[in-house]
Ligand binder design. Sequence first.
Ligand code: NAI
Length: 405
Amino acid sequence: MLNGEKITIENGKLKVPNAPILPFIEGDGIGVDIWPATRLVMEKAVEKAYGSGRKIIWKEIFAGEKAYKMTGNWLPGETLQAIREYVVAIKGPLTTPIGGGIRSINVALRQLLDLYACIRPVRYFGGVPSPLKEPQKLNVVIFRENTEDVYAGIEWASYTPEAEKVRNFLVNEMKVTIREGSAIGIKPMSPFASKRLARMALNYAKKTGRKTVTFMHKGNIMKFTEGAFRQWCYEVAENEFGDATFMESQLKEHGGKVPEGKILVNDRIADAMFQMVLLRPEEYSVIVTPNLDGDFLSDACAAQVGGLGMAPGANIGDTAACFEATHGTAPTHAGKDKANPTSLILSGVMMLEHLGWTEAAYLVINGIERTIAQKTVTYDLERQMSGATLLKSSEYADRIVANMG
Ligand code: NAI
């Protein structure tokens, strides 16, 4: 019998006991359907991979509607504290309260816990309906900055005293032209936040053997924010990963070849990047982006391989990590046992990989690949596939378990 223990961080590295206590937030809407499916698949994969040697001890924590009903608070302090204390957590989708005191629970969670990297792996599963001829060519991991950029939400509404004050300063003291009545948003980007993101992405590429790291930016136009982001990322690649990396600018003098074992580092302007993931997807692997560019690119890439229902996500900082489905609460389908749990299950796979439990992660991937190849899928995929069998969320999870290994 294994007793639950806390995951800890020692010298910047995760120390994972055999029975880690992992907090989970079920999530609103379809959370009641996709969370039990995910939990079952993860438990069975761990059991299959490690027998009685390892086990996840789940601990429910609350956010969103469930928390609001219980405590009158959308994001209770205890929930934040539990994620800090237990270091790794997983969550279903959460309703953004309309008229509530919080802009978005998801954004608040990321900012309050300083989960500075939003990580989205995007890959194709054979058989999933896609608008592309060769969707399998896209296999990227996007590292999107989570704490800065226009997304930080520093903005003032048109004709408010605050906007006027900022406008007066800019017009009178900084001598720039801004039309009367303009709403104003601020786009802060720091070397600190840009560099730690690049560092995490380069470390990831090194650890996983990915061959290319691309810095995406709109620095040709926004020179001092996104242009600097590009520069700061290159500085990390050159100064901290010099032994492991090879700059694209060096390619010519090396006959167009990347030396064996080195990671090719390059950068692309954001608009070109959107073309590249469509036209030459196989040339890209790890992509590092500021917050807003990354928001757009993540969903565009997810659409290429079959949509948000298939795309997992993680928000990771130096002291905590929270894994989550990328879609919302799909309220019209809530409680009907019909929603597609793949996005949350794949987020669970990322969590298993984060713990270093790669054997269990592999079993889940294997189960999903086979289940989709057998055309036994939930309604969203079934209606687009010919000859497919329609399964409930729970039946789909059972099928993945049966197909593991
Ligand atoms: P949504 O992602 O809930 O739904 C968009 C469309 O995708 C709908 O047609 C929905 O039925 C479908 N869909 C989503 N997930 C699905 C799944 N797993 N299986 C099958 N179909 C699925 O986005 P929407 O409608 O804009 O937002 C609804 C609520 O979710 C809002 O309160 C929003 O704030 C919240 N939200 C939460 C997120 C999170 O917790 N990370 C992310 C996005 C939205």
